[in-house]
Design a protein around this ligand. Structure first.
Ligand code: ZN
Length: 58
């Protein structure tokens, strides 16, 4: 599965802004994401999972 780290709030595949927080996959992801201040997001349109350095949900 491809991983993306974006600086935008839209999906890299379809540019949708219909996103939701993706579930963290484990302690390592929680640790890394907290360090990097990025969030795992999932596009509700095409189901692409990616990371964003923005915090659109906060
Ligand atoms: Zn999408």
């Amino acid at each position: 599965m491809a991983a993306y780290i974006l600086h935008t709030d839209s999906c890299p595949q379809c540019q949708s802004m219909n996103l939701s927080l993706s579930r963290l996959r484990g302690w390592w992801e929680r640790w890394v994401l907290a360090r990097l201040k990025i969030l795992p997001l999932r596009c509700m349109e095409c189901k692409t999972r990616f990371y964003s350095s923005r915090r659109p949900l906060y």
